[in-house]
Design a binder for this molecule. Structure first.
Ligand code: AMP
Ligand code: GLY
Length: 438
């Protein structure tokens, strides 16, 4: 397992539930180290990773974050004939280059927002006039989550475009209005297998206010998808979650994977579909080439099929030989604990308390994101420190468990959102992206 965050901890925990693996995490974190052996190596160094994997006789490498994908670690491992869950560098461009993703979607006939790629401020200004407000401007390459601006202010949109044009092309995109859904597919280069839909909370503060973050919480399933409480364009549209998932598989995931296959850049790994459910239909807002964080923390605990088998099947091109992943009916909610000053300037190095009490809370489990061991104690070493995952028969029960759990955790200056999954749990649907800034 390559990576060191909460996503990787969630994957390791799910694999351990399969009950039959010997797992090495590189480099892992303090929470992962409490469960499996960790190896201090740089997960983005392809030569080092391949040499270690060959030496240790590893049967499957699961790549958690995008950095090793972009660095070509999967390519190198495949050259060494080691099965890898994670796409080669070329296919990982689906995440790394928005222009690449748009082109693949166009070739595959996949519904997404109309976009214009511009290279000069003059063209950016002209493109902004082609779309009604609010304006959406995106840097083309990876911009550490800061490349996207959604704003009603044309001057701000133009300034954002001009700033990122110094680094390369910029996309001006049609604004898509509606709730966002994250839906993950395992892909083996040809076939796909859907996991369960989830929704994350990107804004720092309650009521979807404050700056954009890596994700302050998530929940699954999404009752408003099918129970009539969703907004226009959702209510009454799908009779069941399976119907929704199947539509996304048929119209988005499969066509994209087949297009990449036909271009000789097969995608073997996790296709993360970031979707907006607009009144006009489902649209792709982004693809990622890896599991999403924090959605993974709520999707994998609900998985009833053995994860290791599915990941190996995706890595070896044999998904068709397996039943579709099954999910239990229980709900899961994760609430993320952040350090003082996150996301602008997180204060790190402070001690954590109450972790055992949190984990002992019925229905609650801990996922470590950025922690380190200090003797018997744990320190917070990053902006997003850990998540508490609550499970229960419905979202209200899962929320209770998560919030009871996180209530035990002590961290000077630490904070978390109080409204994760609240609207959905109360049967009030969900918020939309309206006015979002990312
Ligand atoms: P991205 O980096 O493309 O995932 O964009 C980050 C966030 O910006 C998304 O999760 C949305 O909340 C918002 N966003 C991106 N593109 C659009 C769009 N075309 N219309 C509305 N909101 C968008
Ligand atoms: N949850 C957003 C991401 O993983 O990119």
């Amino acid at each position: 397992m390559l990576g060191s965050g909460a996503r990787e901890h969630a994957i390791v925990s799910a694999l351990l539930r399969d009950g039959e693996h010997e797992i090495f995490a590189a480099p892992g974190n303090a929470g992962i180290a409490a469960e499996v052996e960790t190896v201090a190596l740089d997960p983005t160094n392809a030569e080092v990773v391949a040499a270690y994997a060959v030496d240790a006789g590893i049967h499957l490498v699961v790549i958690g974050p995008e950095a090793p994908l972009v660095a070509g670690v999967a390519d190198r491992l495949r050259r060494a004939h080691i099965p890898v869950f994670g796409p080669d560098k070329a296919a990982a461009q689906l995440e790394g280059s928005k222009a690449f993703a748009k082109r693949v979607m166009e070739s595959a006939g996949v519904p997404t927002g109309r976009a214009v790629r511009v290279s000069t401020p003059e063209d950016a200004a002209a493109a902004l006039d082609d779309f009604p407000a609010p304006f959406v401007v995106k840097a083309d390459g990876l911009a550490a989550g800061k490349g996207v601006l959604v704003t009603p202010d044309r001057d701000a949109a133009l300034a954002h475009a001009e700033h990122y044009l110094q680094q390369g092309p910029v996309l001006v995109e049609e604004f898509l209005s509606g709730p966002e859904v994250s839906l993950f597919f395992l892909a083996d280069g040809h076939d796909v297998a859907a996991l369960a839909p989830a929704q994350d909370f990107k804004r720092a503060h309650d009521g979807d206010t404050g700056p954009n973050t890596g994700g302050m919480g998530a929940y699954s399933p999404l009752p408003w998808l099918t129970d009539g409480s969703g907004p226009e364009g959702v209510a009454g549209r799908w009779a069941s979650e399976a119907e929704f998932v199947d539509e996304v598989r048929r119209t988005i995931a499969e066509p994209v994977i087949r297009e990449l296959e036909s271009e000789n850049t097969p995608f073997r790994g996790l296709l993360y579909c970031g979707l907006v459910l607009t009144p006009a239909g489902v649209r792709v807002i982004e693809f990622n080439a890896r599991f999403g964080d924090p959605e993974t923390q709520v999707v994998l605990p609900r998985l009833a099929s053995p994860l290791g088998e599915m990941l190996l099947a995706a890595a070896t091109g044999t998904l068709a030989e397996h039943d579709a992943p099954a999910f239990d009916d229980e709900a899961a909610v994760v609430v993320v604990l952040a350090s003082e000053g996150y996301p602008e300037a997180p204060v790190t190095g402070r001690p954590l308390s109450g972790l055992e009490e949190a984990a002992a809370e019925p229905g609650a489990a801990l996922v470590h994101a950025a922690t380190a061991r200090d003797g018997e104690a744990f320190l917070a070493t990053g902006g997003r420190v850990l998540g508490v995952v609550g499970r229960g028969p419905d979202l209200a029960a899962a929320r209770d468990a998560a919030y009871r759990g996180i209530g035990h955790v002590g961290l000077e200056g630490g904070w978390f959102r109080r409204d994760i999954a609240q609207r959905a749990a109360e049967g009030h649907g969900t918020t939309t992206t309206e006015g979002a800034t990312a």
